[in-house]
Design a protein. Structure first.
Length: 274
């Protein structure tokens, strides 16, 4: 099981050419990065719908997981929609649902998200469920708000007998696009609460909690005791910046894996390296 999950969504920022240039750089990075090769860091990328086929073909056989930014909950007479089955046929294994922009701009509700989560799990894919409170407040209040949101999003599917892995992206709405992420203590308290909620029947052991919302370099080290990774936005548009985050996550994962000198008969020279 990977220690950290690190990924990014391109939203609708890039056209085809830039998407493929970025994707080639990220795919090359992930195929060669020591922490990814060691299985300590699980990377993912979520391009726009029109680029999924090309990006998925590019990443085939490598460690980079490919996601989709949205999905509909069924096949059939739904003009303009895309189903989980169709996404799976194109190599998608991760589907983002419930982002604050979907809720604000397109009127997506908790019920909509719940139906999508159910369909995603039924198709054998991993839902990436976005949750986040609207306004800045006390961490305890934020935790209560996002736990209600998460339960409304995944509870119906679990009650119906669905099972599988769920990744939760905690993105405080007030921190999305801000100059700085939420405070470290705020993030840790909310992510710990979300982690506890994921320890329930039906959810896989590798279910994870990520932080998004103006995430950048240096943050993962400050919240690693409570979060399992980062969901990156515009910061990751520069592949070199994505690489910095992988470096940080890899260093943290290795530090946790390394034995302490003098314990178990080991010493500093016996430490493993990625």
């Amino acid at each position: 099981m990977p220690r950290f999950v690190i990924g990014a969504s391109l939203k609708a920022y890039f056209g085809r050419e830039r998407t493929m240039t970025w994707s080639r750089a990220i795919d090359d990075l992930c195929r060669t990065h020591p922490a990814v090769r060691a299985g300590a860091v699980e990377p993912f990328a979520i391009p726009g719908f029109l680029s999924i086929a090309e990006v998925s073909a590019l990443a085939a056989g490598g460690p980079l997981r490919i996601g989709a930014q949205n999905v509909f909950w069924d096949d059939g007479a739904y003009t303009g929609e895309v189903s989980p089955r169709q996404l799976a046929e194109f190599g998608v294994s991760l589907v983002e649902v419930g982002h604050a922009e979907r809720r604000r701009l397109f009127g997506e509700t908790d019920e909509d998200v719940a139906r999508k989560v159910d369909a995603i799990l039924a198709a054998g894919l991993t839902p990436l469920v976005c949750v986040g409170e609207e306004t800045e407040g006390a961490p305890a209040e934020a935790a209560q708000a996002v736990l209600r949101q998460l339960e409304a999003s995944i509870g119906p599917a679990l009650a119906a007998g669905r099972s599988g892995r769920v990744i939760v992206a905690y993105e405080p709405v007030w921190a999305i696009g801000a100059a700085e992420p939420a405070g470290d203590g705020h993030i840790r308290e909310v992510c710990r609460a979300l982690r506890e909620t994921l320890r329930r029947p039906g959810l896989a052991d590798d279910s994870a909690v990520l932080y998004g919302g103006s995430a950048g370099p240096g943050l993962i080290a400050r919240i690693a005791d409570a979060a399992d990774g980062l969901f990156l936005g515009r910061f990751a548009h520069d592949p070199a910046a994505f690489a910095r985050i992988l470096d940080e996550a890899g260093s943290l994962a290795q530090a946790r894996a390394d034995p302490v000198p003098g314990e178990h008969g080991g010493d500093a020279d016996e430490r493993s390296t990625w």
